[in-house]
Write a protein of this length. Structure first.
Length: 318
């Protein structure tokens, strides 16, 4: 069994990518071979060397793709985008060898705490992607012409059906949409919006333990729906099961800071730091909290106000 995992990073996020990778290795020792496909959008040669040596030192394989040197494979217009790293994963069907039919893509701001074996077994024949439903408003969906009754997935952890994408020339659709989308003044998200706008009827929805985003640790299902104006979501029972036994923990921005920020109150900060210390960036200096005053204020209000009162304040500020 060969497990293929892809990540994309610039130099700034390399310590976090290394943390995600080592957590995969530590919790999937029973998988005979894991091949990590790393898309570099500015990772230095020194950092690439460290990543490669860390992976091969654990008897796993590493392939690094220099995105900036792949202009013969990807649309030239993409190199004019300011956040190029946010769109690089969409080109995995071209970057990876055609012998690879599917890949698990994961964001760098995450850790894996359990086996990925069952996830890898999922049959993807009729799906372009498998992922966990995200917390977004109907306004977000309508902004990309997505039916409001369809489930919007978080792209931080996906099974990507490369074979289907290639056979249906789906990248042509992606690039056509991107050319207009990247020109918008207001964008709710980057590649995630592209994926949901074009493939909302080609998703296999996963249970939330495969992408435990930060709101799961802060709110009930009912509170999540009220905050984001959603009509339905995973039940409290399902969310509790996910946070009790997470497979993939995604440190998404929310009302608390993330684990690499000094004083983070995320419940799994210690787990993140434990894996960070097992990487070549074990001496990484935690960052200062540089959130804006308004964002910090909202976080404080969320922490100290009853939820019903906080919700009223949030609606006034919105």
């Amino acid at each position: 069994m060969n497990l293929h995992i892809a990540l994309s990073s610039d130099e700034n996020y390399t310590p976090f990518m290394a943390t995600a990778i080592i957590s995969v290795i530590e919790n999937n020792k029973d998988i005979p071979m894991i091949i990590f496909h790393v898309i570099s959008t500015g990772i230095t040669e020194e950092s690439q060397r460290k990543i490669r040596e860390m992976i091969t030192g654990h008897n796993r394989k590493c392939v690094i793709y220099d995105f900036h040197n792949s202009q013969d494979l990807v649309g030239e217009f993409i190199f004019g985008v300011s956040k190029i790293n946010k769109y690089a994963r969409l080109y995995l069907p071209k970057l990876l060898p055609e012998t690879i039919d599917k890949v698990i893509y994961m964001d760098c701001d995450a850790i894996v705490l359990d086996s990925l074996k069952e996830l890898w077994k999922i049959k993807m024949d009729s799906y372009s992607f498998a992922g966990v439903e995200d917390v977004v408003s109907e306004r977000h969906k309508t902004s990309i012409n997505m039916p409001v009754n369809c489930r919007y997935v978080n792209s931080g952890m996906l099974i990507f059906n490369l074979k289907k994408f290639r056979e249906e020339n789906s990248l042509d659709r992606v690039e056509e949409f991107m050319k207009s989308y990247i020109k918008r003044k207001i964008k709710y998200s980057n590649d995630q919006a592209v994926i949901n706008a074009l493939f909302y009827d080609e998703f296999h929805i996963l249970p939330p333990e495969y992408n435990c985003i930060t709101p799961y640790y802060l709110m009930t299902s009912e509170q999540i729906m009220k905050i984001y104006g959603m009509k339905s979501y995973y039940s409290n029972e399902i969310l509790q099961k996910a946070i009790d036994n997470p497979v993939f923990v995604h440190f998404t921005p929310s009302f608390i800071t993330r684990p690499w920020i000094e004083g983070s109150s995320h419940p799994l900060t210690k787990d993140f730091l434990m894996y960070l210390r097992k990487t070549p960036w074990k001496d990484f200096e935690l960052k200062k909290d540089n959130r804006t005053f308004n964002v910090k204020l909202i976080g404080m209000l969320f922490k100290f106000l009853p939820f019903s009162l906080f919700l009223k304040v949030l609606k006034i500020k919105g």
